[in-house]
Write a protein that binds this ligand. Structure first.
Ligand code: NAP
Ligand code: MG
Length: 480
């Protein structure tokens, strides 16, 4: 250890009061599931954290029935103001239990504690505060007077931002007057189960929020349940397609938030130091397990070498390791399966002729780890430039003119997000206008705010979450 190394600064897990086993949360209570229970593990150690129930079709039936009853008998009879009070209460409880939620999230997901503590959990609270404020103002959502709720929402979320995706789904649904059944991802069920405790603490009427854990089969049973009025899904494009097919013709409303392969475009007049930080944040934040990650760096040819050199120097200072250490920048890959996917695509990148580089990293003996990686000499046709890797892997491409940057940025089946780095405001606006992406960041990346709509074009899905648009997805008369 040199004198510049950081001493370990582990966050304590003492305040975590986890149960050894969790049931399904249905009708306000934890109950057994009929599927085979499973262990959720820490991806940094591969050690089991808790056992979690698995919901089969009969459990989904119970959960949807509880949500239906709560909708008819209770939630739809409350005023918006009263619904808002419950949501404000949930938001405050999230703040009160923030540290505990952050530790649980980092333990179960592998993300660095400084991210779960400073990004995920504060945004979760912000989402509930924001939509709490909307609950009594639905007349102003732009959907006419007294817009009606849809009924029961079936919601399925991925493992990369477990609690934040829950908040993106549950907060607008409840504010708009719906009740919900939510399935968290198999590898990250823990914070959703702690959220179920918060729902109890907040005194929410039984059945308004139901949490059903399990694997893909559980999600499928929920999506296909005939008494669900609305399906909201965040996850891969492949599963999104299957869901779109299953829901077609049923009259259920659907929103899909799927994958991405965002271009992060750096012009030669960009503030380079800021851009380097933005590129790093764009692809190495949350181990690159980010649907809107800036995974394709498009850099103007004249500054390519300088940017790549500085990027390599910066990557060499990133600390990869224990997610619960407060100094960690890059944590563990969420699962062995995801690690395998990242490895395979990276090997394909090398085989296709791109040049691979990573800083030297020492990894713990157990757990799932992947060094931050840069590919240069990448061609638009390479699979690492086209497919979502969903890991800490950046593909660097070049351009000469703004028109070429725009053409390359849009040359993707996805369209979730993009970034532009330039000192010149008029150029930023002109380029942003031509990018087919739901979110375009300028001189920043991966910024989220509950008031700002988020969602995709093309294979990144349809519908928007966040802002007034996010409410429309849960109200009659709203966009599909
Ligand atoms: P995934 O395999 O599609 O899984 C997402 C969720 O769907 C999980 O809860 C999963 O359960 C469940 N599921 C699997 N098969 C299903 C089926 N046939 N019917 C219903 N539900 C099913 O995606 P992932 O690998 O967990 O997540 C990574 C992907 O999500 C990436 O492509 C990423 O871009 C995308 N993503 C998009 C956004 C966005 O906002 N656009 C945000 C985050 C992630 P299991 O956990 O048991 O598999
Ligand atoms: Mg886990």
């Amino acid at each position: 250890m040199s004198f510049l190394d950081y001493a370990p600064a582990p966050e304590s897990t003492a305040l975590l009061n986890l149960r050894p086993e969790y049931g399904l949360f249905i009708d306000g209570e934890f109950t057994d599931g009929h599927g085979e229970s499973f262990a959720t593990i820490s991806p940094a150690t591969e050690k089991p954290i808790a056992r979690v129930a698995s919901a089969d079709a009969s459990d989904i039936d119970r959960a949807v029935a509880a949500a239906r009853k709560a909708y008819e008998k209770r939630w739809s009879t409350l005023s918006g103001r009263d619904r808002g009070k419950y949501l404000f209460r949930i938001a405050r409880l999230v703040q009160e239990r923030a540290r505990e939620l952050a530790v649980a999230e980092s333990l179960d997901n592998g993300k660095p504690i400084k991210e779960s503590r400073d990004v995920d959990v504060p945004l979760v609270a912000a989402w509930f505060f924001y939509y709490a404020g909307w609950a009594d103002k639905l007349d102003h959502a732009g959907l006419g007077a007294n817009p009606r709720a849809l009924g029961v929402a079936g919601q399925v979320i991925p493992w990369n931002f477990p609690l934040l995706m829950l908040a993106w789904k549950i907060a607008p649904a409840l504010a708009a007057g719906n009740t919900v059944v939510l399935k968290p991802a198999e590898t990250t069920p823990l914070t959703a189960l702690l959220f179920a405790e918060i729902v109890q603490q907040a005194g929410l009427p039984a059945g308004v929020v139901n949490i059903v854990t399990g694997a893909g089969e559980t999600g499928r049973a929920l999506v296909n349940h005939t008494d669900v009025n609305k399906v909201a899904f965040t996850g891969s494009t492949a599963v999104g397609r299957e869901i779109a097919r299953a829901v077609a013709g049923t009259g259920k409303r659907l929103t899909l938030e799927l994958g991405g392969k965002a271009a992060n475009i750096v012009f030669d007049d960009a503030p380079i130091d800021q851009a380097i930080e933005g590129i790093v944040n764009g692809i190495f934040f949350n181990q690159g397990h980010v649907c809107c990650a800036g995974s394709r760096l498009l850099v103007q040819e004249s500054i390519h070498d300088e940017v790549v050199d500085r990027l390599k120097a910066r990557l060499s200072t990133l600390r990869v390791g224990d997610p619960l250490d407060k100094n960690t920048d890059v944590g563990a890959i969420n699962s062995a399966e995801q690690l395998e996917r990242i490895r395979t695509l990276s090997e394909i990148g090398e085989a296709e002729g791109a040049e691979r580089w990573s800083p030297a990293c020492e990894f713990p003996e157990n757990g799932f780890w992947f060094a931050p990686t840069i590919f240069t000499n990448v061609a638009t046709s390479h699979r690492i430039a086209r497919e979502e890797i969903f890991g800490p892997v950046l593909s660097v491409l070049t351009f000469r003119t703004p028109a070429e940057a725009i053409a390359k940025a849009n040359n993707t089946p996805y369209g979730l997000s993009a970034g532009i780095w330039s000192e010149k405001g008029s150029r930023i606006l002109a380029v942003a206008d031509k990018l087919r992406a739901g979110v375009v960041w300028a001189n920043t990346f991966n910024r989220f705010d509950p008031a700002s709509p988020f969602g995709g074009y093309k294979e990144s899905g349809f519908g928007r979450e966040g802002g007034r648009h996010g409410l429309a997805a849960y109200l009659e008369g709203g966009v599909r």
